[in-house]
Ligand binder design. Sequence first.
Ligand code: ATP
Length: 853
Amino acid sequence: MRTAEGLSSEQAAQLLKQAGPNQLPAEKPVPQWRKLWGEMTHFFALMLWCAAGLAFIADMPQLAVAIIVVVIVNGVFAHIQQERAQHAAARLRGLLPADVVVRRDGKVRKVHASELVVGDVVLLAAGDRVPADTVLLSAAAFAVDESMLTGESAPVPKIAGDPAWGGTFLVNGYGEASVSATGTGTKLAGIAALTSGAVPPPTPLSQELRRIVRVTAGMALGIAAVFFLASLLVGFQWRDSFLFSIGVAVALVPEGLLPTVTLSLAMGAQRMAGRSGLVRNLEAVETLGSTTFICTDKTGTLTQNRMNAVEVFTVAGPVQVTGQGYAPDGGVQGSGVEGAAKVALAARTASQGRAEFHDGQWRAQGDPMEAAMDVLARRLTGTEAGAAPWRRLPFDPVRRRESALLGADLFCKGAPETVLPVCEAVPGPVKEQVEVMAARGLRVIAVARRQLAGAPEAWQSTPALELETGMELLGLIGLQDPPRPDVADVIRTARQAGLRIAMITGDHPATAAAIARQIGLTGSPELVLEGADLPEDDQILGALLDRDGVVVSRVSPEQKLRVAKALQARGHVVAMTGDGVNDGPALREADIGVAMGLSGTDVAREAADLVLLDDHFGTIVAAIEQGRATYANIHRFLTYHLTDNVAELTPFVIWALSGGRFPLALGVLQILALDIGTDLLPALALGAEPPGRRILARPPERRHLMDRQLIIRVFCILGPVEAAMEMAVFSAVLAGGGWSRGQVPEAGLLMAASGAAFTAVVLGQLANAFACRSATVPPWKLGWGTNRLLVWAVLAELAILAVCLYIPYLATLLGQAPPPPAGFLLALLAAPAVLLADWIHKSARRRLRRSRT
Ligand SMILES: Nc1ncnc2c1ncn2[C@@H]1O[C@H](COP(=O)(O)OP(=O)(O)OP(=O)(O)O)[C@@H](O)[C@H]1O
């Protein structure tokens, strides 16, 4: 059934129906109940379970039940958030490119990897992931990385007849292979089942969160113990003392924090995807936010990757080739057109990429530079590509050239520095001409030929380095690749955001410098380095590169890795792009490895944290913007949550300081109602805040989530004001009801006063939610309605407040009653009080910053 031409579409469709898609078996999903159980047995939850158990022992069943309800509600909520985040991550993974080149119906076509069937003939090139188990039909310099199957990282050479296993990566050469097993039938499927339990190492964000959990839990337990002892000393019964200490512990545990962080990251990731940036793990969103240095390549990222050969230089002189982009028509001006045609034909033979004519334009199939060679040959000779070479010596970034053997001839094209030295005679003006063309921003490719002596078979297995010697130089081709139109603006924006940018390219220094100048990337003074000249010492290298606008040309993948390490050693958070087969180590080493979705290799995508679906430099900056926004959001709702904790803890502190003479304003159940009732939705809405306009107008910050600014805001400004209002309202209602210090207030009065205190905290938090939207600007300047979700969330918060106050059963359970009208009016003041304090603090900070600068 299989022919060298591959299957027909009908055969493939039928086989696909029979065998099913070429997908690894889905990991056996963890049952929902197990996940839910996990949410109810993590550290915070265990603390609460203990509290509930102790409450039972202490004969407080109501409290125990309430705490259990809290654990369950919180667990379900966290579970829903995690599921949503995981679905979002899975959806994003589904967007990753997964096309495979096959022969079907006698034609070369692209199909989705999942559509492969046994018998398909796939075309593989260096950088590809082998899409299914295959047997090689032909192979040239074919070497695969099988480390995912065997753990062995050295590339394994393969020849025709050898198997190439699905999931491995082709790191060198090219070939054709026939699919022998797909999906669950592949070798990888068996192994994937074994390794699916592997746990990835913790990321900086998860470490930071663990730190916060440990600190807050430690604080909660410590303070609760102090309260327990204090209340015993004051003369309370152990049962009451115990009740207080549970209240304190519960008040200090930010229950909803972790799921809110996960969801916020997932939302950030989804927004990035909306702007063509795909993160491969959620935590990368946060790391992107703290990026300080971008190392970007040139072709396709800063330029359009629409190569066009505009000049051919032969010994007879330069020939200008006209024709816009890939437009079909084009002419030639200059002498020696015949010589130029010879150069073009040789370059095309040494290329695998081709151009196809569609909708009045040439479109690249494969490498755009090689497609440009095809267009050039068509323009100069009017001929289509002829017979295929019988052997290819594919491009690699060390040789920087590519050759093909056709009949008794070897045709070679590549970087002039690597082609000219292997030519027998290089006419004087050629080297000069390379510099002249490169200085105009052209990518210069040298083209050469060698006539092989004897029968071609004798050269069948001669290594590339031996074949590519003693050549005759045919000429130079100058290719133009215009910069992306908006890249200069993006670079300006990135600069405003305090990001440093370096161009790290494999191209010629003069070409790279010219493009860098065109797009305004070069710094002053201009610094253009060559890979070979980089200092040996890593510290000196770091010091040399640690500035804006450096161009490093002719770099090898190993040098890229050194650059990433050297900049990290200087304290930078480095984003590094890469698309080649050997870029994996540099991408993994960088804090953010960035791969290309359109032009990059599967190898690079596999190693990357961020995949640019449009290959555009601007997408990196947009992703950094979103990363910063997400970090700011986590900061926002952390500020919001912790402020509430201050208001929740204060009644206990005052009660303890007064030696138990001042009644307790809030009970444990009210605190739980605040934490998981009124607070959760506004916190979520803060996590969804869109990026602020000025988020890229600030320099990058590398800071802890719980930094000094947050601690001052929470514990010195917002928290104390909210707590002061709560206690003032509580005291006022008590006093209005005739209570005086030292007395035990009558139960109804205490409940009404407690209801007023509860109301004050909820309204204070309502204002706080708006205040937390910005760390510098008061909420009225942001516009009250610019985060719609927050408006809905505070409306829901008010509804929950009303339910907690006016549904008698619930109010009694919480230990409160609706406050009297005067108490209610007073509680309303909590909102403007928080806003006022926030405004004064922000203005003072602004003034301080101004006076400092
Ligand atoms: N297919 C090819 N055939 C021959 N020579 C090539 C080919 N591709 C690239 N070269 C040569 O090798 C040099 C380095 O190319 P390489 O692809 O490694 O650079 P790069 O890092 O991807 O460049 P950029 O930063 O522009 O994306 C090029 O400047 C060119 O001279």
